[in-house]
Design a protein around this ligand. Structure first.
Ligand SMILES: [Zn+2]
Length: 262
């Protein structure tokens, strides 16, 4: 998983960074290098387990060390993490996160921040789209779950989706003061001004389904994150593909595909 916005170099498992070099397990903040398990740094290098520092070098857990101390301590921490069992949990007070030593075979070094540290509910993230879990399965793992309040605020008038005019030209501005009752989920949802302007400009009818239902249907059109062994429909060569064998689409190997398309 690498999501680097601009000019990355030799990074591993990083999210939302700019100009990040030779770093890993890093979250947000620009122009850092040789940083590991850090978040929101700016113009730092050689930092380990730090958060929200600016123009600093050789820090561990936000504490300043000399270059020599840093280079002695970090390999020891990494070695400890290699053997810490990889377990991670909130401590009983819930105030700070601690990595627990549970004595398992694999350690936490080389893994991204543990899920227990995520400020988001599992069901709010794209993880839910690809690896769907129930609330109890999520809570068993001590991960966060958020029950969302679905009702738009201040609804006084609700129109059933079936009663919406088909043509965008027949939708009055007053639609912004109404909630639409989704035909499938039964949940109400609202249209915002910018959205209405967009539908009018593009000549698109107002949606009748709740945004969550629309998202679910878009996701269902994608192939699952699974690879099948199949043969190229042209040359017969063995290949891996995310198109299941029973799907109607023809699949070509890369070579045949490129010859056919270009
Ligand atoms: Zn082929």
């Amino acid at each position: 998983m690498n999501y680097s916005l601009y000019d990355p170099e030799a990074d591993y498992e990083v999210i939302s960074t700019v100009g990040l070099k030779h770093s890993a397990f890093y979250l947000t903040g620009p122009y850092n290098s040789y940083c590991f398990y850090c978040e929101m740094l700016k113009s730092c290098s050689n930092c380990f387990g730090c958060v929200a520092l600016k123009n600093r070098r050789y820090c561990i857990l936000n504490k300043q060390y000399t270059k020599e101390e840093y280079e002695t301590l970090v390999p020891k921490i990494i070695d400890h993490m290699r053997h810490d069992g990889g377990g991670a949990a909130m401590n009983p007070s819930g105030a700070t996160a601690v990595v627990t030593a549970s004595g398992g075979a694999s350690g936490s070094w080389g893994e991204f921040f543990p899920v227990v540290l995520s400020p988001h509910g599992y069901n709010e993230t794209v993880a839910m789209d690809h690896f769907s879990l129930s609330k109890s399965q999520v809570e068993e793992r001590h991960w966060r779950w958020k029950d969302r309040t679905e009702e738009p605020s201040k609804i006084t008038r609700i129109i059933p989706a079936a009663q919406l005019p088909d043509s965008i030209q027949d939708i009055p501005d007053d639609i912004l003061n109404w909630a639409i009752h989704c035909e499938v989920t039964g949940k109400p949802f609202k249209i915002i001004k910018q959205e209405l302007e967009y539908y009018r400009r593009m000549q698109i009818p107002v949606p009748r389904l709740h945004p969550d239902e629309r998202h679910k249907r878009r996701m269902a059109m994608r192939n699952p994150r699974k690879l099948w062994e199949r043969e190229c429909a042209k040359c017969g060569k063995g290949m891996k593909t995310s198109f299941a064998p029973e799907k109607p689409e023809k699949v070509f190997c890369e070579e045949c595909y490129l010859t056919e398309v270009y």
